[in-house]
Design a protein around this ligand. Structure first.
Ligand code: ARG
Length: 432
């Protein structure tokens, strides 16, 4: 690492200590680098508005920031351990190219608000993607709920055959779940949609910074006003975002479990398109549902990221270098979580049902609840009806079909009254 921007004469820099401080920061900052450059441009324009930079200096900085972004994307510029972190790398490059104009860009800001604004922009992007992927998932689940509404599927509790259910009910469950997940991600996006740039190290600066302009330019809906709170929100917002993501990956884990069971020979309800399975290296007879297993695994990474950030935040107010470690957590959590969610809509769109197997798995006992409730509706006290039905479980199916059971499941939300229109309306509220 050459030329640390804060280096003082006479103080030797120990390479091992510096390497420890930087950690994998330069690697992680590659993820946030373009956001940092974008926010640096906004900061420079803000400085020009209050007379710290001349129009010419601003133009030069804008040109070099653009060039740096291009060089970074083309691989011409590599963010590596020549630098302490991405934030100082930007400044170093501007100083190298522009001299004094480059040295001015850090006026009125700190790496503390610089990294905050870059990661904030990044979080907003990721949350928007969670919203979009959740919406796509909902659309497919709703379409299939409608198209396959009356197809019988065994309903399980405790993994035991319980009552007759339907594909309509199975799909509607995931539709409603992912509507909530989209809602939660959108609400969290609104929560974190505030601009920390201009709070400096966490205590403001003795300059009349124009904070409104960069806030609007960067697409934030409000200023994050208190400089002290801006630092308090680092980690807290990351945690909220991971929580929101976790709603989706948690549902995904349970969905993947259903598919794992349903694709097993014992159930045989679902066939996955071949590209979602892999072969065994030793057992020639097998196709393995690896995709859904790895989808199931990602919630562990999201939960780990959440826990890591939460434990990091055991800090007094103000900036602490500890906070640097939150970048790895969000990178890992969102990297793994979103990669799985990206595959979900197409997986749901392409899976096939083996309706014969599903129908065959519905046994007589699964009508026993229908029998008891029917009697109760005719005036028999429910506990008596329940006891009578329990005694004749084996014959509960006599004369009954799954289709007929579903046709009278009229409680709101159940098979005969799915009310998908309500779910569609909620999807539309999410901007669909
Ligand atoms: N790389 C650091 C981070 O991500 C930047 C801030 C460093 N600030 C400092 N005062 N040492 O948190």
């Amino acid at each position: 690492m050459s030329d640390l921007l804060w280096q003082k004469p006479g103080v030797a820099v120990d390479a091992q200590i510096q390497a420890f401080l930087a950690g994998d920061d330069v690697i992680l900052d590659r993820e946030f680098f373009l956001h940092d450059i974008r926010a640096s441009g906004a900061h420079a324009r803000g400085l020009e508005r209050i007379g710290i930079l001349s129009a010419d200096e601003l133009a030069a900085l804008e040109r070099e920031l653009r060039q740096l972004a291009e060089d970074f994307q083309s691989g011409e510029f590599v963010l590596d351990d020549r630098y302490e972190d991405g934030h100082s790398a930007i400044e170093a490059r501007l100083v190298e190219r522009l001299g004094d104009a480059g040295k001015k860009i850090h006026t009125g800001r700190s790496r503390n608000d610089q990294v905050l604004v870059a990661t904030r922009l990044w979080l907003k992007e990721k949350l928007a993607r969670v919203v979009e992927l959740s919406r796509q998932t909902v659309r497919i689940a709703l379409d299939r709920a409608q198209a396959e509404a009356d197809v019988p599927l065994p309903g399980y509790t405790h993994l035991q055959r319980a009552v007759v259910s339907s594909l309509g009910m199975w799909w509607a469950a995931w539709a409603e779940a992912f509507i909530d997940n989209a809602r939660r991600a959108a609400d969290t996006l609104a929560l974190v949609d505030c601009n920390p740039l201009g709070t400096a190290a966490g205590y403001g600066v003795n300059l009349p910074l124009d904070r409104e302009h960069p806030t609007a330019e960067l697409g934030f809906s409000r200023i994050q006003l208190s400089p002290v709170y801006a630092q308090l929100s680092r980690g807290k917002f990351e945690l909220a975002a991971l929580e929101a993501l976790g709603s989706s990956t948690l549902d995904l884990r349970r969905l993947a479990w259903d598919l794992s069971l349903f694709t097993s020979a014992e159930f045989g309800f679902v066939t996955l398109p071949a590209q979602y399975t892999t072969g065994s290296s030793i057992m020639p007879n097998k196709r393995n549902p690896d995709v859904i297993e790895l989808m199931r695994a990602v919630h562990a990474s999201v939960a780990a990221a959440r826990t890591e950030v939460e434990l990091l935040l055991s800090l007094p107010s103000g900036y602490h270098r500890d906070l640097q470690a939150s970048k790895g957590a969000i990178f890992h959590g969102f990297g793994r979580g979103l990669a799985a969610l990206e595959l979900l809509p197409a997986l749901l769109g392409n899976l096939d049902w083996n309706t014969d197997r599903m129908q065959a798995a519905i046994d007589a006992g699964m009508y026993a609840t229908d029998v008891a409730v029917e009697q109760a509706a005719a005036g028999v006290p429910f506990r008596d009806a329940y006891r009578a039905a329990a005694e004749s479980v084996d014959t509960a199916g006599a004369g009954r079909t799954p289709q007929a059971s579903l046709a009278v499941r009229v409680s709101p939300g159940a098979a005969a009254d799915l009310r998908l229109d309500i779910l569609r309306a909620r999807l539309q509220e999410l901007g669909d």
